[in-house]
Design a protein around this ligand. Structure first.
Ligand SMILES: *Cc1c(COP(=O)(O)O)cnc(C)c1O
Length: 374
């Protein structure tokens, strides 16, 4: 029996193979490989897609995040509010700048619980970092209102949410800066590392362009200590091809999620929910494994994972260790029990296979296996 991978990428390539190969040859033959017309065109097309005035390509999603806080002037002594159950890169974007992450528990949609943000605001709070986790838009009406009321900057981590909307407006267009990753496994994956920021502020766009290229706007005139975080022509060209297909890519994932929603009926698992006003682009389809009281949550989830694997179905845990419990953040002194909901989710969640080109037969195998777990 063939294994079903959790997030295979070959079929996404094969679907538009001819277009990718033509573009790759075009770039190879152009004789120009870093920051050229492909990057410039990609930036314009991506900004238009998201609905912002500007987009600036960078080397990856983490760089998009830390550069965002850098150009907003957020650093030592400043606090940034972020949800506890995110990928660690979100938090590193804050701490690379020596700012302090202040965690907030998630709601039942796995997004930051907007009703628990205000109690965390202090006179040091400078910004909120919203992560649209697993592809679902967070409650942006409440969050933008909080930012306005308390005069906070808003940064969005859209690494998993390309195309997701709240009340019809796309993620990455609400905040001062939107941060995107095009890591190959993301919904809008490149064929290597890539990232971008989006913004409506011409000065912030200009500053990111300066920072991504050694802090220089004009060659050899270095204004600030910057980074080498340039997007290359090959990735930008290939991303331009993918961007023209994003509507179909997203629609397909919505259909895949709908098939899971309809087919999965094992009372031992909790299916993902989408909040009123939000859409999900289903970067992940995340279940939670329920337990009888007294059982070890993580052990039960791991038994479920092993059962699927025995049947040739690969899954991934997003994420088994919450950032506040990572060794890297021991210095924050946040012991086990600091964020009970975040910690509970880390023990219960499991992401089913979902990818471009997944067949109905493959999904049926997953569904039958999930439903037969006892
Ligand atoms: C992938 C990811 C990042 C980091 O993106 P890279 O391109 O891998 O640096 C940041 N935040 C979230 C939520 C992610 O999923």
């Amino acid at each position: 029996m063939e294994k079903i991978m959790q997030g295979r990428m070959d079929r996404g390539f094969q679907r538009y193979q001819k277009e990718y190969e033509e573009k790759a040859l075009e770039v190879l033959r152009s004789g120009w490989y870093i920051l050229g017309k492909e990057v410039e065109n990609f930036e314009n097309e991506f900004a238009k897609y998201v609905g912002t005035d500007y987009s600036v390509g960078v080397a990856n999603g983490l760089d998009a995040l830390w550069l965002a806080f850098r150009v907003l002037g957020i650093g030592k002594g400043d606090e940034v509010i972020v949800q506890g159950n995110t990928y660690i890169a979100s938090v590193m974007g804050i701490t690379i700048n020596d700012a302090t992450p202040v965690f907030v528990e998630p709601n039942e949609y796995y997004q930051i619980d907007a009703d628990k943000i205000e109690e965390k605001i202090t006179d040091k709070t400078k910004a909120i970092l919203v992560v649209h986790l697993y592809g679902q838009a967070a409650e942006m009406d409440k969050i933008t209102a909080i930012c306005k009321k308390h005069n906070l900057k808003l940064v969005e981590d859209c690494a998993q949410s390309h195309g997701a909307c709240f009340n019809g407006k796309m993620t990455g267009s609400f905040g001062d800066i939107g941060c995107f990753s095009f890591y190959p496994s993301k919904n809008m994956g490149a064929f290597g590392d890539a990232g971008a920021i989006t913004t409506n502020d011409p000065e912030l766009a200009r500053l990111v362009k300066i920072y991504r290229n050694y802090g220089s706007e004009k060659r050899y005139y270095n204004m600030v200590v910057g980074a080498n975080s340039r997007l290359d022509e090959m990735q930008a060209g290939l991303l331009r091809v993918k961007l023209t297909h994003m509507e179909d890519i997203t629609k397909e994932r919505e259909q895949l999620a709908a098939v899971y929603d309809k087919g999965i009926n094992n009372p031992k698992v909790i299916k993902p929910l989408v909040a009123e006003g939000a859409t999900s682009v289903w970067h992940q389809y995340v279940l939670r494994v329920k337990i009888e009281s007294g059982e070890d949550k993580a052990a039960e989830r791991d038994r479920f994972k092993a059962y699927l694997e025995e049947n040739g179905i690969m899954t991934i845990i997003h994420y088994p260790i919450p950032p506040h419990r990572a060794q890297a953040y021991e210095y924050l002194n946040l012991p086990e029990g600091s964020f009970p909901i975040t910690e509970e989710y880390a023990k219960e969640v499991i992401s089913l296979p979902i990818y471009t080109g997944m067949t109905l037969e493959e999904q049926q195998r997953v569904i039958d296996c999930v439903n037969s777990f006892e």
